[in-house]
Ligand binder design. Sequence first.
Ligand code: SF4
Ligand code: FES
Length: 355
Amino acid sequence: MKAPLALLAELTHRCPLRCPYCSNPVELTRASAELTTEEWARVFMEAAALGCLQVHLSGGEPTARRDIVAITAAARDAGLYTNLITAGVLLDAVLMARLVAAGLDHVQLSVQDAEPAGAERIGGMKGAQARKEAAARMVREAGLPLTLNAVVHRQNLHNLPLLIDTALEWGAARLEVAHVQYYGWALANRDALLPTRAQLDDATRIVTAAREAHRGRLVIDYVVPDYHAARPKACMGGWGNNFLAVSPAGRVLPCHAAESIAGMVFPNVRETSLREAWEESEAFNRFRGTGWMPAPCRGCAHAERDWGGCRCQAFALLGDAAATDPACALSPHHAMLADAVAEAGAADFRYRAFG
Ligand code: SF4
Ligand code: FES
């Protein structure tokens, strides 16, 4: 069994933004149930002992936690490379300086669109874009590397060239152009978000050209939506293979969306060590490797490349997390994805909200 390379620390589900494709579960954890600073410090130590090299401090919005500086320092004390995944709207110069002093290594800033009106409609927060631009400036002035994360979909893909310009103007060294993945809130908003085939093809052309044009200045990562694909993505690099997440309430997850799979029970850091969760828990071993696979995955030449695709998507679309991901053309249910694309179109957002 390999060691996990990265820990996704979901510090809180609280967030001032309300993005309709949020990867948090539809049922959000309230602040009173969140792990304490001390509990997170223990989790970081256990993660490092297990072999983790880096921690992504995420949410929700991680800076919504008053102890974000102490949490960052604890991660650094554990010897982990620290990446803050933030919407940037709560960052100010004082907090930035304290985070740098605590040992923060990298910032990943989300941007919902290149134009403020579109960005603020998608994120559901007025004034957010100017605060994000200011946050990008503070990160750069602090001397930290900046990655911009742009989640793209039917309602902002027309602005992809402008999003690339934004990354250059804001001084990002890396831009993630990530098509929405459809679980949780995103699945609830699928009709409003799914791109057309023409939009996807345009986006792929634009990214390919921009990679060439900005070589040496901007690295562009590109995550495609598998609703238009013939083979699924190797979700999480394989279940329980090199990644683990801890939810705000302490549940240890093989994938950030795993709580969407009804009936699965996940270990909790309040009762179980991270090592025990990783090595021995039923939740991590259930879909590890290839032994669990049904036909047509069993014996398929791609089994150790895509690991049968995404368990959360199989559950969300088929009600069976052990089924072949319907994103695979060999799945008997593959046509349902093309049907969803055909049905997508004008629809209002259902915004992320507590309660
Ligand atoms: Fe991947 Fe399974 Fe499809 Fe083979 S049948 S390509 S292993 S999802
Ligand atoms: Fe959970 Fe793919 S999102 S396994």
